[in-house]
Structure formats: C-alpha cells, structure tokens
Design a protein around this ligand. Structure first.
Ligand code: G3P
Ligand code: MG
Length: 248
C-alpha cells in the first residue's frame, strides 16, 4: 500500500484559525503532516496575501474584498479571534512569509491560486517569482479552480507542478484532461467515490490525484485504498494517525 502525501488544509485549520501563523506552526508542533495547503490573493497595492475567502468578513474583524485594501491595512486585522477569543492577535501573512516558513520547516506547500471570484491580473507570474526567488520549485505545487490560470502558469514555468481543482462531475474527463497541460488532478474526494474509474484514468495519464477535504477516518482509509497520491485534511492530526495505523 502506497503512503500518500499528507497536507494540512489551510494549516491545522480544524482546531486553529485557518491560514493563520498559529495554524501553520501547529502543523509542525501537533502533527506529522508532510505539508500545508493554503490560498493566495492580491491586495490593493499588489502584495500577495494568504487568506481563503476573497472577502474579509468570515475570518477577520474586517469587511469587504481583500483587493480593496492595502497590505498595511490588512496587517491591522485580527484573523484569529473569530475562531475563539483565545486566538486573538493573529495577523495575515504574505506569501513570502509562508514560503520562508515552509523552507525553514521543510514542509511541502500546495498553494491554491484564488483567482475565480476576483481575477487577479498577473497572479501566476507573481507567484512564480516568489517561488523561484527562493529556489523552491520542488517544494511547492500550485492548484486552482481556474483551469485557464493553471494552463497559463504551466506555460510560464514548466518546473512547478500544477493541479486542476474541481468539485463537480464532468461529462468527459478524458477529453478534458487531454486538452490540459496540468500535472495533477485535485478532486473533492467524494468525486473519486462517485466515479472510481477516474483514478485509473488519471494515473494512466501520469497525473497524481490529490484529494480534499478528508476529515473522517473511514473516508481517509477509503482514499488511501483507492490509491490517492495526496490527501488534504482540516484535521491533519486525525489524517496522520489514520494513515500511520494503515501503514503499520
Ligand atoms: O485545495 C483544496 C481545497 O482547498 C479547495 O477548496 O475552498 O477549501 O480552498 P477550498
Ligand atoms: Mg484551498
């Protein structure tokens, strides 16, 4: 049985405020995960910033779109207290800070380009510049629900792995992937239960299958048994324990 790569979704987001420095540190302190999944946007003044939503309302004490605030303004926001008052005092990271953290801790990074609600101009090249400046091409893979963005990304830099995120069934996936230059597929995990034959199709095309967001032990075991190459979970602790038991 093959051990998949284990990613902590938005850091250790099951127990700590998602995409916060604390959630990233807790991946190291409290789990054996191989890497982190995280999400990137662009501020009004062009800084690459780490947050899931395009808007601030759900996970900070701010409101409105990230794209309408400067980095200095975003830095004033608290991104921990919404989860619990004990987590107050967490502040937004730049992509550079997250990459430095991954370089120092040797964690892999699955970075999601959040360019399907807001279409950030030049996001692909900006992300490539941050990765290549640190020579982290082999430590980072990127993904997006915006498959045009992934197609462009691969043309701009062939050395960084790309993945197509999707959360609904497609009519003819074989035809679809034959037109894509992506390295990997990133399905919502239930889709691999709904269309199990796709695992073989993707592997025949030498694409890795990186599934999300898998939090229940039964589903984690199912994804391992089906041959998933990576599993992304909000509960990196449960994910690592479950896979460790299977591999024992
Ligand atoms: O990368 C997997 C997953 O993060 C995609 O969806 O909405 O959680 O960013 P979302
Ligand atoms: Mg994501």
């Amino acid at each position: 049985m093959k051990k998949p790569i284990l990613y902590a979704h938005r850091g250790f987001s099951g127990l700590y405020p998602e995409n916060s420095p604390l959630a990233f540190q807790m991946v190291i302190d409290k789990t054996d995960a191989d890497g982190i999944e995280s999400d990137v946007h662009i501020s009004k003044d062009g800084e690459l910033v780490i947050m899931h939503d395009a808007t601030l309302d759900r996970t900070s004490n701010g409101s409105g779109f990230i794209k309408d605030y400067t980095y200095e303004e975003l830095l004033q926001l608290d991104i921990g207290a919404w989860k619990s008052p004990e987590f107050a005092g967490q502040h937004i990271w730049t992509l550079g800070q997250l990459l430095d953290f991954c370089r120092d801790t040797k964690l892999l990074l699955n970075l999601e380009l959040k360019n399907y609600e807001v279409f950030y101009e030049g996001l692909e090249q900006r992300v490539i510049d941050e990765i290549t400046a640190r020579k982290m091409e082999d430590q980072v893979c990127v993904s997006s629900f915006n498959h045009i963005s992934m197609q462009e990304f691969k043309l701009l830099n062939a050395d960084i792995e790309t993945g197509l995120l999707y959360d609904k069934p497609y009519l003819d996936m074989e035809a679809y992937i034959s037109r894509s230059n992506a390295d990997n597929m990133h399905p919502r995990y239930m889709l691999m239960q709904y269309q199990p034959e796709l695992m073989g199709l993707y592997h025949d095309h030498h694409m890795k299958v990186n599934v999300w967001t898998v939090d229940e032990p039964a589903d984690i075991r199912d994804m391992v048994n089906r041959g998933a190459d990576a599993i992304i979970s909000n509960r990196a602790d449960i994910l690592c324990d479950t896979v460790k038991e299977m591999m024992a």
